[in-house]
Design a protein around this ligand. Structure first.
Ligand SMILES: O=C1O[C@H](COP(=O)(O)O)[C@@H](O)[C@H](O)[C@H]1O
Length: 266
């Protein structure tokens, strides 16, 4: 049985009994947001991450979602990408293509992955340009309080160190507020070269979901969500605070095991 509730200003928590329930709840959540965005705007602009998230989204390729989701209206982006060839096993694009995009009727021209034949800096600049064009045509909305794109949904995973997208703890990239997309060449987790959405873009989204499973991430979940002393100001996951949008955490029980005072109604 799922536990669900709101914790302080850290968003909605959904703690699922097991991975199968988490996969179903996540698929339902994405399908509902897709339907709402298509009804309101005619399109659904979704940004993916890599890592364990993609496997956890797998139910979207199964019934009923494979038939009921309006895939033709999806515009796909990446919240972060490793600067490797698209057919490299480290590529977040390849992970999503093999795991999801090749299994549902997405329009190929709606899939916006990075240019894998240029430097990290050029790839970030080009990606930002592409997003800018799609903001101009309103395929991606624009935030009314910042000049940032407002994605309908940004899906994030979180590493055991609390990193989200390619925003790592204590890294200067956390301070980047001028650009929508930036790059790093010294990622503490290989591969070193990556592009990433910046915090202002993540926090301008209409919806942000952080999907975390496993006991190895329980401490980072506690530091990201609970009122801890001293506060962890540079823990990237704690800096996800959508200005007007909604933040939802999808956790399995091991990932939630170190949270303080869980008082939820079942
Ligand atoms: O390197 C990355 O790691 C994070 C977390 O991955 P996970 O396998 O621990 O879930 C991922 O969200 C990010 O997109 C990826 O580039």
């Amino acid at each position: 049985m799922a536990l669900s509730g709101v914790k302080n200003d850290r968003g909605e928590l959904r703690i699922l009994e097991n991975l199968d329930e988490l996969r179903t709840d996540l698929a339902d959540y994405i399908a509902e947001l897709s339907e709402a965005a298509v009804k309101e705007r005619g399109v659904f602009a979704i940004a993916l991450s890599g890592g364990s998230l993609i496997g956890l989204m797998g139910k979207l390729c199964e019934a009923p979602y494979n038939k009921t989701v309006d895939w033709a209206k999806w515009y796909i982006f990446w919240a972060d990408e490793r600067v490797v060839a698209k057919n490299h096993s480290d590529s977040n694009y390849k992970l999503a293509k093999d795991g999801i995009l090749s299994k549902v009727p997405i329009v190929p021209s709606h899939v916006h992955s990075i240019n894998d034949s240029v430097s990290a800096e050029e790839a970030a600049d080009e990606y930002m340009f592409v997003i800018r064009q799609l903001v101009k045509t309103r395929m991606v909305s624009v935030s009314d309080i910042s000049d940032c794109p407002k994605f309908d949904l940004i899906l994030l995973g979180m590493g055991p160190d609390g990193h989200i997208a390619s925003l790592f703890p204590n890294h200067a990239v956390l301070e980047e507020t001028d650009e929508w997309v930036t790059f790093i060449t010294d990622s503490p987790k290989p591969p070193p070269e990556r592009i990433t959405f910046t915090l202002p873009v993540i926090n301008s989204a209409s919806n942000v979901a952080i999907v975390v499973t496993g006991e190895s991430k329980a401490e980072a979940v506690h530091l990201a969500i609970d009122n801890v002393e001293p506060n962890c100001p540079s823990l990237p996951a704690r800096l996800v605070q959508p200005t007007k949008g909604k933040l939802v955490w999808f956790l399995d029980k091991p990932a939630a095991s170190k949270l303080d005072d869980l008082q939820f109604s079942e």
